[in-house]
Design a binder for this molecule. Structure first.
Ligand code: ZN
Length: 329
């Protein structure tokens, strides 16, 4: 079988038309309450003549809100006559998850950012992944996928990228990373079981596209500080690729500090189930072997807590939020 597999999703917008368009990508989903209905995934396309294309995505995880707010604000404030080229904005990529305020879809429990390259005949989440990878990523010269820690995690607000070992591509990745002008950036090398092939950024890599991710804070909310970093970064990304003029660049607070998350030993996990007492805070500088936290057992309060330690020295970049914790969190 060599027939080309096609997405069943139908965008209401025309990606090649000049001007400002908004509408929905229709994901037909026949269910008890709606025999011929579709799931309406919102999309905005701004185009003004020939030029590069930027693709901005949020709501890949539905409980990560900073990117969703930043893109709502950008959609309402970006003048399509002021750009050169095209900006495609998909602010609720996993729409069912976004509406539920959950990391994963309530329809199929699908984690969109573990579902790439997707499947046109698969679950709702797999169909979204397939459409993004086959229908959207090929249009883009640069892709920014806005994440944050979500409900269970918080980050020092960061922009991130992954290097490939190809010097030309990596120079382009680093230039985009620093143009974002976040105070902290990091280079990801995995180690948290993400399985990069199954992420949106994995799709971008398969297509040879320059991409940035973010981790904009989290804890299931939005902070003004993280939002400011996101909004500045998006504008600066448009300037960086030439969609907006240099005069629109928003200066950052100084040089971006670039750190590295290179492997499994950069993460520290709960060794037991109980109540998590963090001993370090986000943004702290810590030493290898330093106490990271304790797990307490209030149901057996006379039992000593279990302590766990950082394996590496460095900056505390992310932290679990809920106090109740299970072994492996
Ligand atoms: Zn995420």
């Amino acid at each position: 079988m060599s027939e080309t597999r096609r997405s069943r999703l139908v965008p209401e917008v025309d990606f090649d038309r000049d001007g400002r368009q908004h509408g929905f990508v229709r994901l037909f989903h026949s269910v008890h309450s709606s025999a011929y209905g579709f799931i309406p995934i919102p999309i905005v396309v701004l185009r003004n003549g020939e030029g590069p294309t930027a693709l901005f995505v949020s709501g890949n995880h539905g409980d990560e809100y900073e990117g969703q707010v930043a893109l709502c604000n950008l959609i309402r404030t970006l003048d399509h006559t002021a750009i050169k080229g095209r900006v495609i904005i998909l602010p609720m990529a996993n729409f069912p998850a976004g509406m539920a305020g959950r990391r994963t879809s309530p329809i199929d429990d699908g984690n969109l950012n573990r579902s790439f390259p997707g499947n046109p005949d698969g679950t709702v989440t797999q169909q979204i992944a397939f459409w993004i990878e086959s229908g959207l990523l090929p249009l883009a010269d640069i892709i920014v996928d806005l994440h944050s820690g979500g409900s269970s995690l918080s980050y020092v607000p960061t922009v991130l990228a992954k290097l490939s070992g190809d010097p030309v591509r990596d120079a382009a990745q680093m230039a985009a990373l620093t143009a974002f002008a976040a105070p902290v950036a990091y280079l990801t090398g995995g180690g948290n079981g993400t399985g990069a092939d199954h992420t949106l950024s994995g799709g971008a890599e398969r297509l040879g596209k320059i991409w940035l991710g973010t981790e904009l804070a989290g804890a299931g909310t939005v902070t003004p500080a993280a939002l400011k970093i996101a909004e500045r970064g998006l504008r600066n990304t448009l300037v960086h690729v030439g969609i907006l003029p240099e005069a629109d660049r928003v200066p950052g607070p100084g040089r971006t500090r670039v750190v590295e998350v290179a492997g499994a030993d950069y993460f520290t996990y709960a060794p037991d189930s109980g109540v998590f007492e963090p001993v370090a805070e986000l943004g702290d500088e810590v030493a290898a072997g330093q106490l990271a936290g304790r797990v307490h057992f209030p149901e057996t309060p006379w039992a000593p807590p279990v302590e766990f330690h950082f394996q590496r020295a460095g900056l505390v970049l992310c932290k679990r939020i809920p106090g109740r914790t299970a072994r492996g969190d």
